[in-house]
Design a protein around this ligand. Structure first.
Ligand code: NAD
Length: 363
C-alpha cells in the first residue's frame, strides 16, 4: 500500500482541534481508496516560540522539506502579540512559505449547495452555482520590490515598486493554464495593462504561453473591472490568474462568495514534489480563532477541504478529493457547526463534524 508522508503543523488556538479532524478524514479516505499516510508533527508559530524561542525552528523546515506535502492549522494569539516582528508567529508563516519556495496561492471560492443562503451574493446571481479558483502569484511583485522613503519636491514621500520577470510570470501562468485544463477550460488573466508596464509584460507573456495550451480559452481583464464583475456576474469566471497585489485583494473578495470563513480552504504550491505533483502547503484561510479555542466548537471543514486540495494538487488523487467534497456536501445538508448553523439543522461540535464527514465517506 502506498504511504504518503505528510508534515503536520497544528499551530495555535483552534489549530490542533481542526487538524485532528482533517487527519481523521484523510485516514478514512485513504482506507477507502487504498493508500495511507505517515504524519510527522512539527512546531510553527506560537507553540514553537514557547518550546524553542523562535517561530520557525530549523527542524520544522527540514521535516516539511522531507514530506510529500504540508498540512497547517493556524498560528497566532494575543500571548505572542507583543513580541518583536521577527519573533512573532506570523514570521513563521512567511518564513515557511519562503523556505519551501511556494510561489502560487490557490483559493477556491465555491458555494456548497446547502449553504447557498449564507452567501452575500443574491440567489439569482448565483444561478446554477459558483466555483471559481483564484491563482495568486505569491513571491514577487510589489510586496517584494524595492521600497523606501525619500523626499520628493522638498516634501517627505515613499515608494514601492511593482516588478516581475518573464520566468516569474511564466511559472504562475502555467499553474493557471494547467488548472484551467483540469477544470472547465477557461482562464482569465487579470492585470492593469492599460497603465502598468509590468502588466504589459504580464499580458505579453501569458499570451505567448497560451499557444501551448490550445484547449484553454484565455481572456484578459483589468483588475478594476474584475473586482466589479466578481460581484455582478461571478458565474463567468472559472480560473483567475493574477499578480501578488491584485490576487491578495481579489481572492479575499471572491472567497466571501461562500459566505463563511470556516469553509474556506487554500493551497500554496511550489515546484514538483517527489510524487510528480506540485509540492504544497495546505491550510484553511482563517486564523487561530483564540476566542473559541479549546471549546470544541470550531468548524473543521476549511481544514478538511484543504486536505481534499492536498489530495488533488500534490498527491494526484482526484477521486479521493472528490469523495471528501461530496461527503462535506452530504453532511452540510444535516449538520452544522455553530458558525454556519441555521434553524432546522442539527448543531454539532468540531469532533462530531469530523466524525460525520468520515462516516459519509463510506456512503
Ligand atoms: P480568525 O480567522 O482567527 O477569527 C476571526 C473570527 O472568525 C473569530 O470570531 C473566530 O472565532 C471565527 N472563526 C475563524 N475560524 C473559525 C472556524 N474554523 N470555525 C468557527 N469560527 C471561526 O482571525 P483573527 O481573530 O483576526 O485572528 C486570530 C489570530 O489568528 C491572530 O493571532 C492572527 O494573527 C492569526 N491569523 C493566523 C492566520 C494563519 O495562521 N494563516 C490567518 C489569519 C489570522
Amino acid at each position: 500500500m502506498k504511504t504518503y508522508q505528510l508534515a503536520v503543523m497544528k499551530g495555535d488556538g483552534i489549530g490542533p482541534e481542526i487538524v485532528d479532524e482533517c487527519i481523521k478524514v484523510l485516514d478514512r479516505v485513504g482506507a477507502r481508496f487504498g493508500f495511507g499516510f505517515a504524519y510527522q508533527s512539527c512546531l510553527m508559530g506560537g507553540c514553537a516560540i514557547d518550546a524553542t524561542g523562535v517561530p520557525l525552528p530549523d527542524e520544522t523546515v527540514r521535516i516539511c522539506k522531507a514530506g510529500d506535502a504540508v498540512l497547517l492549522g493556524a498560528v497566532g494569539g494575543v500571548k505572542w502579540d507583543t513580541l518583536p516582528g521577527h519573533l512573532r508567529p506570523e514570521a513563521g508563516l512567511l518564513g515557511i512559505r519562503a523556505a519551501l519556495g511556494l510561489y502560487a496561492n490557490l483559493r477556491p471560492a465555491k458555494i456548497f449547495e446547502p449553504l447557498r443562503g449564507a452567501s452575500p451574493i443574491r440567489e439569482d446571481i448565483i444561478g446554477e452555482g459558483l466555483d471559481i479558483m483564484v491563482v495568486r502569484e505569491l513571491t514577487g511583485g510589489i510586496y517584494f520590490g524595492a521600497r523606501g522613503r525619500r523626499e520628493e519636491g522638498g516634501v517627505p514621500g515613499a515608494y514601492d515598486t511593482e516588478s516581475y520577470t518573464v520566468p516569474e510570470i511564466e511559472r504562475i501562468a502555467r499553474v493557471g493554464f494547467t488548472l484551467a485544463q483540469q477544470r472547465s477550460g477557461r482562464l482569465c488573466s487579470v492585470d492593469k495593462a492599460n497603465v502598468l508596464e509590468s502588466s504589459r509584460l504580464w499580458r505579453e507573456t501569458v499570451n505567448r504561453l497560451a499557444r501551448e495550451y490550445p484547449g484553454v480559452a484565455l481572456s484578459h481583464m483589468y483588475v478594476d473591472n474584475c473586482a466589479m464583475q466578481l460581484v455582478r456576474n461571478p458565474g463567468q469566471f472559472d480560473v483567475i490568474v493574477t499578480s501578488n497585489l491584485f490576487g491578495d485583494i481579489l481572492s479575499d473578495e471572491a472567497s466571501m462568495i461562500s459566505g463563511s470563513i470556516g469553509m474556506l480552504a487554500s493551497a500554496s504550491l511550489g515546484d514538483s514534489s517527489n510524487g510528480g505533483g506540485s509540492f504544497g502547503l495546505y491550510e484553511p484561510i482563517h486564523g487561530s480563532a483564540p476566542d473559541i479555542a479549546g471549546q470544541g466548537v470550531a468548524n473543521p471543514l476549511a481544514t478538511i477541504l484543504s486536505g481534499a486540495m492536498l489530495l488533488r494538487y500534490t498527491l494526484g488523487e482526484p477521486a479521493a478529493a472528490d469523495a471528501i467534497e461530496a461527503a462535506v456536501n452530504r453532511v452540510l445538508a444535516e449538520k452544522r457547526t455553530p458558525d454556519i448553523w441555521q434553524q432546522g439543522y442539527e448543531k454539532c461540535g468540531t469532533a462530531a463534524m469530523g466524525d460525520a464527514v468520515a462516516a459519509a465517506l463510506n456512503g
